[in-house]
Design a protein around this ligand. Structure first.
Ligand SMILES: [Fe+2]
Length: 144
């Protein structure tokens, strides 16, 4: 289970960082496409944020602790923090790339979960993969 605990904590911390990134862009986006991008980033961060509590409780149910401090989350995350104010297109590109990272991470987590016979958790992770696939579609379509 150690591999699963580690991978689930990394994916959880990365999901939380992804929420902060999308929320950052929702708040700070500027330019001609302010309104649609503000709304797109808003929809994405809300969807991912809505999964955070269930994600944390699934980790607890498997028998380990959930990382829940800024320090622990930033140690574990694979979604890098953005401290600069980017232009609007760069925001879409960066969130798209982070979303691709999330997808790969969640696919690996699904496999590890299956190997450990945590089928309920796999089901949750499969739902997250579907949600991020949809976010990826919208971000990719925005970039065309
Ligand atoms: Fe808002």
């Amino acid at each position: 289970m150690d591999e699963l605990f580690k991978a689930s904590k990394i994916a959880f911390a990365s999901s939380y960082s992804f929420v902060i990134k999308a929320q950052n862009f929702h708040w700070n986006v500027e330019g001609m496409f302010f309104e649609p991008l503000h709304n797109l980033f808003g929809k994405i961060y809300e969807e991912v944020y809505d999964s955070i509590d269930t994600f944390a409780e699934q980790i607890r149910a498997m028998g380990t602790y959930t990382p829940a401090s800024f320090q622990r989350l930033s140690m574990l995350t694979q979604v890098d923090d953005e401290t600069q104010i980017l232009d609007s297109k760069q925001m879409v590109i960066e969130l798209y790339e982070d979303n691709e990272k999330m997808l790969k991470m969640l696919q690996i987590l699904f496999e590890i979960s299956e190997n450990n016979k945590q089928y309920g958790f796999s089901d949750f992770v499969a739902g997250r993969i579907d949600a991020h696939k949809k976010h990826g579609w919208m971000l990719r379509a925005t970039l065309k």
